[in-house]
Design a protein around this ligand. Structure first.
Ligand code: MG
Length: 129
């Protein structure tokens, strides 16, 4: 590796996540940790996404079971946030797999929801309202 390339790589690695975090940056960095069989990518990712969403639900369920003492609640919220991060990882990898950036999905989702708000259709059901 040439010195210039090494310096560039060093600087990329030096960037702290907080300095540069965007949906696209997250997607790119998350992709560096992806290990799964390519021929079953969508299935693998869908199962992972629902599994992690289940972990979020499980942690929330335990709040109900164990009560919500203030100190314990704060720790449990951190654990829930961590599981939300796992859900995000799978969302980012699914976005990549279907060829639409996470950033674009976020924009389109907000557009859809704001359209529903304007049309007064936030309540109700159906994908196209
Ligand atoms: Mg998890």
């Amino acid at each position: 590796m040439k010195l210039e390339e090494e310096a560039k790589k060093y600087m990329q690695d030096k960037l702290t996540i907080a300095e540069v975090m965007t949906a696209d940056f997250y997607e790119m960095k998350a992709g560096q940790t992806a290990i799964f069989p390519e021929h079953k990518a969508l299935e693998y990712l869908a199962l992972g996404l629902t599994s992690e969403a289940g972990e979020v639900a499980g942690k929330v369920k335990k709040l109900i079971r164990d009560g919500e003492d203030v100190e314990g609640f704060e720790l449990k919220k951190i654990a829930i946030a961590s599981e939300i991060g796992d859900v995000l990882w799978y969302c980012a990898m699914m976005a990549k797999e279907v060829g639409v950036s996470l950033d674009e999905i976020m924009k389109e989702n907000l557009k859809k929801l704001h359209g529903r708000k304007v049309r007064g259709t936030l309540h109700g059901s159906g994908d196209n309202r």
